[in-house]
Design a protein around this ligand. Structure first.
Ligand SMILES: [Fe+2]
Ligand SMILES: [Fe+2]
Length: 290
């Protein structure tokens, strides 16, 4: 999948998530506040592939691009699959060239959902863990890496300088467009995140797929799980309502399970499958539309 000179600089999609662990090593350190020294270190040691990935994302994620992708994908006319067919489809993303990713995509989803289950969280949150990265099938529909993964953030208003590698936004056309380059851009103060267009990627896509079936907290977890500029940097509170802030407690609760549940030990899918079949049947229809 890697193509450092082209649209897909990452060796695999996991490279972005591994990099998040370098940036946000553990939740306690973040709660205590990041020191700027460490942050500079992060920037100077980031791999070229990750830097190039963010450069492409920051240049190409524009307001028009997001609206175009929403119009294209939210028709859900690409495929209709059972949940299990969708996981098989996602697993085609295994990248043999990366020695660190010998676990397939399903393993990360199961490790996340099992960590949530072990903490006796509600069953819909376990299901959310299982589904949170299913939107990565966008890659298999031909989308470039920068339109599938990466930190998510609003478009249609100024890009925050708290976003990682924000210097690359100078080459985004919206950065020079007076409709979109002010603090509020096309939005009103505290207009609510439901009225804000986020970058197009796996979070936004899976949110729309699951919207009819899961409780609101779950939908926030899905939609904003890569919104690091808000959950770690509080860069967009001026667009949020009190209700958003309340629901972000769910996002904050979910985030460590996503970032810190990775383990080289693969969950035993055969043993776990009956539990998950029942859980899926409780909340979801027989097939999902993509
Ligand atoms: Fe994700
Ligand atoms: Fe994830």
């Amino acid at each position: 999948m890697s193509d450092i000179t082209g649209n897909n600089p990452l060796t695999s999609l996991d490279e972005w998530e591994n990099d998040l662990l370098v940036r946000y090593p553990d939740s306690d350190a973040i709660a205590a506040g990041r020191d700027t020294e460490a942050y500079r270190d992060y920037e100077s040691t980031t791999k070229d592939s990750v830097r190039e990935f963010y450069r492409l994302q920051h240049i190409n994620q524009t307001y028009d691009f997001v609206l175009q992708k929403k119009a294209e994908y939210l028709k859900f006319d690409r495929a209709e699959m059972t949940v299990w067919e969708a996981f098989d489809f996602l697993n085609q993303l295994i990248d043999d060239s990366d020695p660190d990713t010998d676990l397939d995509q399903l393993q990360h989803l199961l490790q996340t959902s099992e960590a949530i289950r072990n903490d006796n969280r509600p069953d819909w949150m376990v299901l959310t863990g299982l589904f949170h990265d299913l939107g990565k099938v966008l890659c298999l529909f031909g989308e470039p890496q920068w339109a599938v993964v990466g930190d998510s953030y609003p478009v249609g208003c100024a890009f925050s300088d708290k976003i990682v590698f924000s210097e690359y936004f100078k080459d985004n056309k919206d950065h020079h467009d007076p409709r979109y380059n002010t603090k509020y851009g096309i939005y009103e103060p505290n207009c609510g995140l439901e009225n804000v267009h986020m970058t197009w990627g796996h979070d936004e896509y899976i949110y729309h797929i699951m919207k009819p079936y899961l409780p609101e907290q779950a939908l926030y977890m899905l939609r904003y799980h890569s919104f690091y500029p808000q959950h770690r940097e509080k860069a967009y509170s001026h667009l949020m309502t009190a209700h958003d802030h309340q629901l972000f407690k769910a996002v904050d609760l979910f985030n460590p399970y996503d970032l810190y549940s990775k383990s080289p030990v693969a969950p035993n899918w055969k043993e776990l499958r009956p539990y998950y079949e029942d859980l899926v049947a409780k909340y979801l229809p027989a097939t999902l539309k993509f």
